[in-house]
Design a protein around this ligand. Structure first.
Ligand SMILES: CC(C)(COP(=O)(O)OP(=O)(O)OC[C@H]1O[C@@H](n2cnc3c(N)ncnc32)[C@H](O)[C@@H]1OP(=O)(O)O)[C@@H](O)C(=O)NCCC(=O)NCCS
Length: 204
């Protein structure tokens, strides 16, 4: 069966599509140069994208069908619909960013990105994971709580654009029991989303 989604490391060519989602998702988006730096910082930073295949459009037969086929995207064309980033330093997996294109939210893709980053962190000997989240971002907090993050601190006025507080969230340990639960969740997501994974097993 043709996969519906692909999970793979972010490349420099993805940056324009990632920037578009970033601008739709955050009031202080990252710059193209920041993404370039992070993609090239292969020792301690990894970034993931999820791509969706455009559904096969229904096309009429005859000349109209031929014209529609010529206008349509190339077979197998895929677009980036979500991404995430993680810094892995001395056993700490710091989720630096995560976002899903507005039209693709609510389908499990944010969860897939988070679970994949945590799985990769475990593959690379990550012991625990931390992140900051806006105090008002209840959707993201619910996602993190589902993966057993809990609030361990508050950074007052952390966000420079509007002075909102950040909650510091943490999950530990990323031990064998956690890995087993993560694998079960990834299997359930695979059945639901029909994705192929070129990300969680590192090539380095
Ligand atoms: C946060 C975000 C990545 C979630 O992605 P998503 O693909 O919509 O989330 P999923 O469909 O995978 O949902 C997974 C879980 O997240 C939580 N969640 C997602 N959207 C939610 C919402 N609108 N309200 C409450 N909980 C929500 C739920 O716990 C959900 O699990 P459930 O389906 O069992 O209820 C997405 O909303 C987004 O891109 N937001 C803008 C960027 C952002 O805020 N990033 C986080 C920065 S810290």
């Amino acid at each position: 069966m043709t996969p519906a989604y692909i999970l793979r490391p972010m490349t420099l060519e993805d940056i324009p599509q990632v920037l578009q989602i970033d601008r739709q998702s955050f009031s202080t988006p990252w710059s193209a140069r920041t993404y370039e730096f992070e993609i090239n910082n292969r020792d301690s930073s990894y970034l993931v994208v999820v791509e969706a295949f455009a559904p096969e459009p229904e096309r009429p037969g005859g000349l109209r069908g031929l014209a529609a086929r010529l206008r349509a995207p190339a077979p197998g064309a895929a677009q980036v619909v979500g991404y995430g980033g993680c810094w892995l330093i001395a056993g700490e997996a710091h989720i630096s960013t995560i976002a899903v294109a507005p039209d693709y939210r609510g389908r499990g893709l944010g969860e897939l990105l988070l679970a994949a980053m945590l799985r990769r962190a475990i593959n690379c000997n990550g012991d625990y994971s931390v992140l900051e989240v806006r105090a008002s971002n209840y959707a993201a907090q619910a996602l993190y709580e589902k993966y057993h993050y809990r609030v361990v601190g508050r950074r007052r006025g952390y966000y420079r654009d509007d002075g909102e507080d950040a909650l510091l969230m943490e999950v530990r340990p990323l031990d064998e029991a956690y890995r087993q639960e993560l694998d079960a969740r990834l299997e359930a997501l695979r059945a639901r989303l029909n994705f192929v994974d070129y990300f969680t097993v590192p090539d380095r």
